[in-house]
Design a protein around this ligand. Structure first.
Ligand code: FAD
Length: 387
């Protein structure tokens, strides 16, 4: 798949995939190799930056089909939101991941794994594919993480870090929690074991690692019991005067109209995780595309002075920012001072779905039909506004 970092490319991919969403359930598990990915959408790098939002994807599907036939696809879109909501209520899981990662030793076996030099051909293939393309099919991510943890016996935190640096869609919530899910740390006692037969079946015989995988490993022992905090979402802000919209690469979508007229936009890429040149190029491209469409300005240098200068140059009275979720951007903002307190807003989609992420996915899944029915129908030409 080729991922052009523009909203136009995101919308084209969405429009192309909408007709396929009704066949998604039967095709999504097959990984037939790069160039043969018709079973999945390839939307994740766009959703990760919100060049296209989860709500837009859902609306586009519902405008074409009733909710039943593409149900599985709509549920997968909601999985991403579920992971975000779940982590919002358990920020200590993210802290614990970072703290444990910081003290991991990178052994020779780790090097062999990330450079694709193990004795497991399919694993080597996926390690190289990830580094070269910035994308892996969901089933390959599951097999890879499982082999990493249970056959190669490497630390899941190092594996999650390898993914996060290399994935174009790298997302602290989806990535950390998916690795924990594979390891058996999300649902205690339930882990995901990669099996040679399953790999052979769903790669259409491209790989058959028979006899090479540990197919009977127990789940990892629970590391700690993550405590759930209540979800404290700020009410809609009421910014005054001339309003600026400040964006980070986690959310490049416009704010809701009800916040008022936006007089200026700007982006800032926090110097946080060291990603690969491929990922940096995608994020930079996504930011440039957003600035081009919104006639905005890219801010760089020391954060506080960059914001002050922008506010003075644009004569801004207040700034609105999509509320950063648990992850690097939030960690960065927590340590920075802004010249005025920003007005954080929460998108309707997140506000509606996150409260259902208190426990397993089932609770959110059960709420989806009502949430989908409540999405007001829009005229077809309103579905894909290009700015
Ligand atoms: C170990 C591991 C790590 C992962 N890390 C990430 C990550 O960093 N970022 C990320 O976006 N996804 C992650 N995923 C989830 C999933 O693999 C990808 O979202 C999916 O493969 C993206 O490809 P697609 O857009 O073609 O998916 P499609 O199958 O076309 O799905 C459509 C959209 O639904 C969402 N989605 C689908 N499956 C999942 C899922 N299991 N969890 C969360 N959202 C999902 C994505 O936004 C995706 O774009 C991870 C999964 C595993 C097993």
């Amino acid at each position: 798949m080729i991922f052009l970092p523009t909203r136009a490319a995101a919308l084209e991919r969405l429009e192309d995939f909408v007709p396929h969403t009704v066949r998604y359930a039967g095709h999504r598990n097959f990984d037939l190799g790069a160039g043969k990915r018709e079973g999945v959408s390839g939307l994740s790098p766009y959703i990760r930056t919100r060049l296209v939002t989860e709500e837009e994807c859902t609306r586009a599907v519902l405008a074409r089909h009733n909710a039943r036939a593409p149900e599985k696809f709509l549920q997968e879109i909601a999985w991403r939101t579920y992971w975000k909501g779940w982590l919002e209520m358990r920020p200590n899981v993210w802290r614990q991941y970072l703290d444990t990662l910081a003290v991991q030793e990178k052994s020779r076996y780790y090097e062999e794994a990330i450079y694709g030099n193990t004795r497991i051909e399919c694993f080597n293939h996926w390690a190289n594919e990830l580094v070269e393309t910035g994308y892996l099919h969901n089933h390959a991510r599951m097999w890879f993480a499982s082999i990493w943890i249970f056959t190669l016996k490497l630390s899941w935190q190092l594996g999650a870090d390898f993914f996060l640096r290399n994935l174009l869609d790298g997302d602290p919530a989806s990535n950390t929690l998916s690795w924990r899910w594979v390891a058996g740390l999300h649902t205690p006692g339930k882990h995901y074991l990669a099996r040679a037969e399953n790999i052979s079946k769903f790669t259409n015989g491209r790989f058959d690692p028979k006899g090479r995988l540990n197919e009977s490993a127990p789940p990892l022992p629970m590391d700690f019991g993550p405590e759930r905090q209540s979800l404290l979402l700020p009410p809609d802000p009421a910014p005054r005067g001339r309003i600026g919209h400040l964006m980070f690469p986690d959310d490049l979508a416009p704010p809701p109209d009800r916040l008022g007229k936006i007089s200026a936009t700007a982006t800032f890429i926090p110097p946080v995780l060291e990603t690969t040149p491929l990922v940096s190029a995608f994020l930079n491209g996504a930011v440039n595309d957003t600035l081009h469409r919104t006639h905005g300005r890219r801010l760089s240098g020391p954060f506080t002075s960059a914001i002050s200068d922008w506010m003075s140059a644009e004569k801004l009275d207040s700034i609105v920012v999509s509320m950063p979720t648990v992850g690097f951007t939030k960690d960065f903002l927590d340590t920075e001072q802004l010249p005025v307190p920003p007005h954080f807003f929460v998108r309707d989609w997140d506000r509606k779905l996150w409260p259902h992420a208190t426990a397993g996915f089932f609770k959110l899944k059960a709420a989806l039909p009502k949430i989908h029915a409540a999405l007001a129908p829009r005229r077809k030409d309103d579905l894909f506004p290009h700015v």
